[in-house]
Design a protein around this ligand. Sequence first.
Ligand code: GLA
Length: 385
Amino acid sequence: MKDKLLKEFRDYFHRDAENIFFCPGRVNLIGEHIDYNGGKVMPCAISKGTYLAVSKNKEKKIRFACLDFPEKANLHIQSSYSKTGKQWFNYPLGVINYLLQNGNEISGLDMMYAGDLPVGAGLSSSASIEVLTIFALNELFGLGIPKVDMAIASKKVENEFIGVSCGIMDQFAVAMGQMNKAILLDCESLKHEFIPFDTGEYVLLIVNSNKQRALADSKYNERFAECGKTLKNLKSELKIENLCDLDLKAFEMNQHLIESDILKKRARHVISENERVMQASDALKRGDINTFGLLMFVSHQSLKEWYEVSGVELDTIVDFSKNYKGCIGARMTGAGFGGCAIALVKNDLINDFSGQLIAYYKTTLGYEPTVFESGAADGVRAIRF
Ligand code: GLA
């Protein structure tokens, strides 16, 4: 990828790239739809991600190109930018806009992106390109931004420039990831802990359902709004700041405050999932990967039944995994409505599992999913060349 990017950069910009940076994607191991409810999540960065080859130019121009999309841009440096259509370069443009608006000086840049992360598959390709851009600009212009603040800024770009009301999990995971570690992140305080992700004789597989996440953004915003309403209902009598301030017992005692059955279901997922994250972290810490796997299955069930963000594609993958002897845990990961699932599969059965799953999925849905292996990987970084 690196050599291809360097060559394409030279062909397109007629000069050499001076720097290459890389930012991974992420999977969430457990703790789904929790980050915007002030609870704990447990993601990790993965090995696939987005690359950026970049050189400064003296022409006061920002030039964007990407190997994965045809659109290019050639923009004068301005004091601010606004989003244009649905182009891929809105993500780096949003980051540049954020930096300019916060008083940072930026000179001209020739930037070429390329990724090996499936786009729109729920592996945080957007967080990856945002954090990649702010990391690169921080290095190139010596802005002195700590990585946690890069994640916070990238989330802001996603919320305000792109218009998706996501939480902090994705940006945090791709910025802060560490090899072989899961990140236990408190999304309210941003306190975090790296827990060894020791899967023993099991391997983490990512299964891309290859179902386009067409409704994902609107449904995501709908769930976000539902949680806000539920919190408002509960706040009428309780002193809480977030849904995750309640444990299941307190929820049971106070659910009469919630105005509808749908909102009760949403809250039940959020509050039980937050408790599962703590159980999962305890299990990992004592090396009990079987319990961790079991919690993945329970998490999926809750996302399917209570939060209603799964779908036939993700359910097909998880149902198959449940019935496969060498798989100890599986669940959808990310926002849902298509995208990816993860599974813990015995290391000598990876090919067998993948082959059988692909055949089963194809018979059920008429097309194939894609399966690949990924451990927990390092976050955003410069690539030496
Ligand atoms: C998307 C969002 C995250 C998080 C997950 C669901 O990935 O970007 O902030 O809410 O969905 O857990």
